[in-house]
Design a protein around this ligand. Structure first.
Ligand SMILES: [Zn+2]
Length: 213
């Protein structure tokens, strides 16, 4: 991965620490996604929350260039990750500490990986039309929320579990143990995002990235 030029040393260290912690404490999926991102040219931006209106956001760096590449060449998953950026809010790092930074990269990292899988599959659509992967916003958010819940369980510290319970990503079983809550996540996606599996699933990944092929 690479940083946008204006990202200061302190923020770079926080991001690098978050990646190292996710790789150390996460499961195989977290490790795989983070390692692929680190070995790629994915662009990391750190911006004021007033500019991104979220704790983090994931998108295509330059959709005109990416469309041109898709039309003219094949793209591996790692090359596709190089078309993508993750922006994290300065406030997420300043106020959310390492937990906020880790949580944002677990969630947005899943989005970045799914966007890259979409680009890779579209670049090979002429030889493998049935292999096209183009999830809806509902499917993207479902995957990102589940992997966030899995991460909270992996870390298994009170502050992580409490956050997960508050967000309805986790629930507490009768024996007191926490687990990922499919019902809670679906409620959250419906109430906070207006998304549901049997109703509005939102835009597809290719539409969100501005891909026209
Ligand atoms: Zn998301």
């Amino acid at each position: 991965m690479r940083f946008e030029k204006n990202v200061g040393e302190r923020y770079r260290r926080s991001v690098e620490d978050a990646f190292a912690t996710i790789i150390a404490k996460g499961n195989d999926e977290h490790r795989h996604v983070m390692n692929e991102i680190m070995r790629s040219d994915l662009l990391i931006r750190v911006q004021p929350v007033s500019e991104i209106n979220a704790s983090g956001i994931t998108g295509v760096i330059n959709s005109v260039k990416t469309n041109y590449k898709l039309a003219t060449e094949r793209m591996s998953l790692r090359e596709a990750l190089g078309e993508i950026y993750i922006a994290i809010a300065e406030e997420t790092i300043d106020n959310g500490g390492q937990r906020g930074c880790e949580g944002t990269f677990v969630h947005e990292g899943r989005h970045a990986y799914d966007f890259a899988q979409t680009l890779e599959s579209l670049s090979n659509a002429d030889v493998n039309p049935l292999g096209i992967f183009n999830p809806t916003l509902y499917e993207l958010e479902l995957a990102a929320h589940k992997t966030s819940g899995d991460y909270m369980l992996c870390v298994d510290k009170d502050e992580y579990l409490e956050e997960g319970l508050g967000l309805m990503i986790l629930c507490r079983e009768s024996d007191g143990q926490c687990s990922v809550s499919d019902d809670g996540i679906n409620t959250r996606l419906r109430d906070s995002y207006g998304l549901a599996v049997d109703a509005n699933q939102g835009a597809t990944a290719s539409e969100m990235m501005g891909i026209v092929v």
